[in-house]
Ligand binder design. Sequence first.
Ligand SMILES: [Fe+2]
Ligand SMILES: [Fe+2]
Length: 193
Amino acid sequence: MDADLPPSLAARVDALPDGLRAHVERVRVIARGLAARHALDPATADLAAAAHDVARHLPGRRLIEEAERLGVKVSDVERAAPILLHGPVGAAWLRGDSAALDPEVIEAVHWHTTGSPGLAPAGHVVLIADKLDPAKASAYPFQQTVRDAAERNLHDGTLAFLEGALRLHLERRELIHPVSAETRNRLLIARAC
Ligand SMILES: [Fe+2]
Ligand SMILES: [Fe+2]
């Protein structure tokens, strides 16, 4: 059990399958590095990274059931691609746990797959750190572009990831979550200001 984490969160992380737990540990290291690089609180980034995939092991059917049980709204896109629900379901679990986590941590967990317009810094750190896990190099062949952009600026890092992922989804004729498109637009508009 990790003494740096509140016991209820440590128990959730401990219960994950080995491969997923190893991914979470790598993401925590990357998130702490990004937080240090951008003068953010490393403890918040670490907590959010530790928590981000607490529901990632659930199969799609269970994610839909959990979302419905918890009152998480399920869109048509999410029903067709239920993996998109693992952030929202994980965030809902954490809200119900005994440890009162910082709302920025819960928000980071909720949106770590799609991004969200107006995401706080810890949310950008976790979204980017998750995608920079070396084990995801083949899933995201544009990983170095994201790494370079995130070194400069977290918003640029998220934008680079979203654009790379959107390109892949189009090439493969996969669904695109509307919040990802909206987040990308907002980041572009903010950049032009
Ligand atoms: Fe995830
Ligand atoms: Fe992850």
